[in-house]
Design a binder for this molecule. Structure first.
Ligand SMILES: [Zn+2]
Ligand SMILES: [Zn+2]
Length: 103
């Protein structure tokens, strides 16, 4: 592929983006954009399908593997790498422990 071909393709991609049209990466269907928030998939079904067939993609996107500071259990949490506890009761228990040590 020479540079001219490359620039043609990238300008085509830019056209698609600027017109607000996009295509479902799972089934290739045209995805209508209703809102400002850009949809990538035509439906939840396609989104799930794609994620199921690319588990590495999900991990890269937003799943963090976190070890609970209280019980030591390893858990996965979506979207927030700063979480420290697997559940609310571990959070409470850890805080209580902390207070106990302070006394
Ligand atoms: Zn689709
Ligand atoms: Zn825990």
């Amino acid at each position: 592929m020479n540079t001219t071909q490359k620039s043609v393709i990238s300008s085509l991609a830019a056209d698609r983006l600027s017109s607000g049209a996009s295509f479902c990466p799972q089934c290739g269907k045209y995805v209508k954009q209703h809102t400002k928030h850009k949809k990538r998939f035509c439906s939840d079904r396609c989104r799930m399908k794609c994620w199921n067939s690319h588990p590495d993609l999900i991990r890269r996107m937003a799943y963090y593997s976190i070890t609970c500071q209280n019980c030591g259990a390893e858990f996965r949490f979506y979207g927030n790498a700063h979480r420290k506890f697997c559940c609310r009761s571990c959070y409470d228990a850890y805080r209580k422990k902390g207070q106990h040590h302070d006394e």
